[in-house]
Design a protein around this ligand. Structure first.
Ligand SMILES: CC(C)(COP(=O)(O)OP(=O)(O)OC[C@H]1O[C@@H](n2cnc3c(N)ncnc32)[C@H](O)[C@@H]1OP(=O)(O)O)[C@@H](O)C(=O)NCCC(=O)NCCS
Length: 196
């Protein structure tokens, strides 16, 4: 169970910081199944990224851990904040489309230490299990490598086993445990059947 400790007011979610060494042999080249396409970042796509993010996270564990991720306005605000950050990397920020639909999203940011951070990787539920999450992750890692970065990192909720598996497969390793607090009311309002 991801809840490390509960008090009457607050629930703590265990999170892992994971890192991958980008100087090792390159990860596999990302490819998309037939019918899917890469859509590079442009400012007009800000709200599209937000809408896809909302669909990816609203019914998932991180929608509980980060309440803004299960709110459409919260996702729009978050996307604007990400795109305004000095370290935001348009080249490492991608959507995946399928026909008229946008089905996956990821953003890349450089932190002050020059590490490439993978942010908010998500695939909408009906498109999962086809390798799109894997492709998005490899796409960002290759972009960071092209910039000559030595390391990449991300944070993931410990109980998000599928995401942890995906990251481990791409060479990410555990570095640190963090705890994220969620107030009891927010936690109680969330659909948390899958957590216990
Ligand atoms: C985590 C997440 C991005 C994974 O996306 P995804 O597109 O399903 O990922 P993939 O398809 O690459 O891999 C998922 C599984 O499908 C399998 N798979 C991939 N392609 C496949 C194929 N063609 N046939 C069968 N299985 C396949 C993978 O091996 C993997 O199996 P595993 O879970 O046993 O390791 C997605 O579940 C998600 O958006 N979750 C909610 C948001 C979230 O929590 N994001 C992470 C934030 S840190």
């Amino acid at each position: 169970m991801s809840v490390a400790l509960e008090t009457p007011d607050v629930t703590y979610f265990k999170r892992y910081r994971m890192e991958a060494d980008l100087s090792l042999p390159p990860p596999p080249v990302p490819f998309l199944p037939i019918g899917f396409a890469w859509i590079p970042w442009s400012a007009e796509l800000n709200d599209t990224h937000a809408a896809v993010k909302f669909k990816c996270f609203r019914d998932d564990l991180d929608g509980v851990v980060f309440p803004n991720l299960r709110d459409a306005d919260g996702c729009r605000r978050l996307m604007r904040e990400i795109a305004d950050k000095p370290g935001f990397r348009p080249e490492a920020t991608w959507l995946i489309s399928h026909g008229e639909n946008y089905v996956g999203t990821v953003q890349g940011i450089f932190d002050r230490a020059g590490t490439g951070c993978v942010q908010n990787l998500g695939v909408i539920p009906s498109y999962r299990g086809q390798g799109l999450g894997w492709a998005l992750l490899l796409q960002v890692m290759h972009c960071f490598r092209r910039f000559g970065l030595a390391n990449t990192r991300l944070e993931v909720t410990a109980k998000n086993e599928q995401a942890v598996r995906l990251y481990r497969r791409a060479g990410f390793r555990y570095r640190k445990t963090l705890y994220r607090t969620v107030d009891a009311l927010t936690y109680a309002l969330a659909d948390i059947d899958w957590m216990v």
